[in-house]
Design a binder for this molecule. Structure first.
Ligand SMILES: *Cc1c(COP(=O)(O)O)cnc(C)c1O
Length: 404
């Protein structure tokens, strides 16, 4: 594994043909500076020991691995969860946000900048910025500001400055553009922090490295609990940060099958899903090359998923590479299956999962039914408190779960 992480990405940020730095020259210069600083700082004793302290005392790591005894008994195969829902702030995102903001601090930056769509990345960034005492500007489309009111309040309570963006469709794409513009106005004293293993090099590498802790912990915990490795490991894939974090722990174990679960939304037609790897083609979007869902003219295709954290037209370049290598298989779960899994885990285990994570749980349920002697470890990337109003309004409070 040490050779894998040494070789991927290469110095130019490529995983095979994927990844890279497809950005204007002025931005390329800044990305190279961040890459250089990251390589230097992240290996220093001070950085490593401070991050270790933060993970333990602020985030509450290691998060547990939990055996779903009720669900497993019912289905046949054994299902285990890596409980990232118990990570501080309720999801895996804080793992990379704490790392990114700490890097900004070590680089002497005076402010951090990010965009957010549904608000989850914004809340994790606001949390990390409060911890490190750095001002934080979060760009958010006006449509999303109105839709995601509780997350706007969370960010503001944590002290972040939420900046509504009124250009174009007033959603995530415009927010990304506005955040990059703001960053380029003052790259010396500000730092842009991305929300997943996407964007130009070095972000897919940096975010992966900070999420790796999930897989490293989980492998040791699973071995300790059961005396063996899981037969399979699965995680939902939006940009791919929670999935790559867990997969990293098992890349060197060929006997462990890895599954990335993409959102099939309402169906297979363009616009009905956000399954970039299942239906997309290689192409460049947001500064990197990967599988993307694009129209014939190269513009991003509309996407849909019941999980707002999964509806993205591309996917982290490392996933594209791991798929082409045959190391990870990418499968899908649709809206309905995700909602059924949301209720199944709530009713049978007393754990309300994020709708994003419910896609991975849905696949694990399918796997456990098919493999009565098998075991599968799921990354439960986040808790579902944020989703209860939406679920209750659109799907009620659980009659389908009892029918299953
Ligand atoms: C944002 C989010 C995701 C999707 O992001 P990835 O980068 O694909 O992991 C998944 N689960 C939860 C709980 C999230 O908040």
């Amino acid at each position: 594994m040490s050779t894998y992480f040494k070789n991927y990405p290469n110095n130019e940020g490529f995983f095979g043909p994927y990844g890279g730095m497809y950005v204007p020259d002025n931005l390329k210069i800044e990305m190279r500076k961040i890459a250089e600083a990251y390589h230097r700082i992240s290996k220093s004793h001070d950085f490593i020991s401070e991050l270790r302290q933060i993970r333990k005392h602020f985030q509450g790591r290691p998060t547990p691995v939990y055996y779903c005894h009720n669900l497993s008994e019912k289905l046949g195969g054994r299902i285990y969860l890596k409980r990232e829902d118990l990570n501080h702030s309720g999801a895996h995102k804080l793992n990379h946000c704490m790392g990114e903001v700490m890097l900004a601090k070590y680089m002497g930056k005076k402010k951090v900048i990010a965009e957010t769509g549904a608000g989850q990345h914004g809340v994790a960034m606001a949390t990390a910025a409060a911890y490190f005492g750095l001002p934080c500007d979060i760009y958010m489309g006006e449509v999303d500001v109105a839709k995601q009111h509780p997350n706007v309040l969370r960010m503001q309570i944590l002290g972040a400055n939420v900046i509504p963006v009124s250009a174009g469709q007033k959603t995530l794409k415009e927010a990304v553009d506005a955040a990059f513009e703001a960053y380029l106005r003052d790259p010396e004293s500000t730092m842009y922090c991305i929300g997943s293993v996407v964007g130009p090099h070095p972000f897919p590498m940096i975010v992966r490295d900070f999420q790796k802790v999930v897989g490293e912990e989980a492998r040791a915990q699973f071995l300790d609990m059961t005396g063996e490795l899981p037969d399979a490991v699965c995680a939902c894939v939006g940009g791919g940060s929670n999935a790559i974090g867990l997969f990293c722990g098992f890349l060197d174990d060929p006997e462990v099958s890895l599954y990335g679960v993409e959102p099939l939304g309402r169906g297979k037609q363009p616009g009905e899903h956000a399954a970039s790897m299942t239906f997309g083609k290689p192409g460049i979007l947001h500064g990197f090359n990967s599988y993307t869902l694009q129209n014939a003219d190269g513009s991003p295709m509309p996407v849909h998923s019941v999980a707002s954290g999964l509806d993205y037209q591309s996917v982290g370049p490392e996933h594209a590479w791991l798929r082409d290598q045959g190391r990870v298989a990418y499968v899908t779960a649709d809206d309905r299956e995700a909602i059924d899994a949301f209720f199944a885990l709530s009713r049978h285990e007393g754990i309300i999962p994020a709708i994003e994570s419910s896609h991975a749980v849905a696949y694990a349920i399918r796997y456990a039914q098919k493999h009565p002697h098998g075991s599968i470890l799921v990354n439960l990337s986040g808790r579902g408190d944020k989703d209860i109003d939406y679920v209750a309004e659109h799907f009620g409070t659980g009659s389908t779960a009892s029918a299953r």
